[in-house]
Design a protein around this ligand. Sequence first.
Ligand code: AMP
Length: 119
Amino acid sequence: MQTTIFDKIIAKEIPADIVYEDDKALAFKDISPQAPTHLLIIPKVSIATINDINSDNAELVGHLFVVAAKIAKEAGFADDGYRVVMNCNEDGGQTVYHIHLHLLAGKPLGWPPYQERLK
Ligand code: AMP
């Protein structure tokens, strides 16, 4: 498994603006925010892509969503709404190969993400 920048954040070798941490997951502010609130929620063990999710790590992946909902409620935007996104591989726009939920909130978000006209 390749080391990514997120492993260094988990190990506290590089700084991050951490907003939540437990024994299994970490949430911190995205360095290049795409919404007024843009957090990344990551597992503390590396799973490279969505394609690597299986029955052995499904509970851990589910925990990331539990953390997302907890943060949304505590931060006060759960009722207004928010978006959780996980990109996969090149076409999905993934750049860091350690799965992460993008938690985006703080304004109405555009949809769809694919702008060209679908035939
Ligand atoms: P993705 O493109 O879905 O793989 O998302 C990776 C995200 O990680 C991007 O939104 C980046 O802005 C973010 N990112 C990369 N390096 C850091 C860092 N050191 N601290 C916080 N966010 C980062």
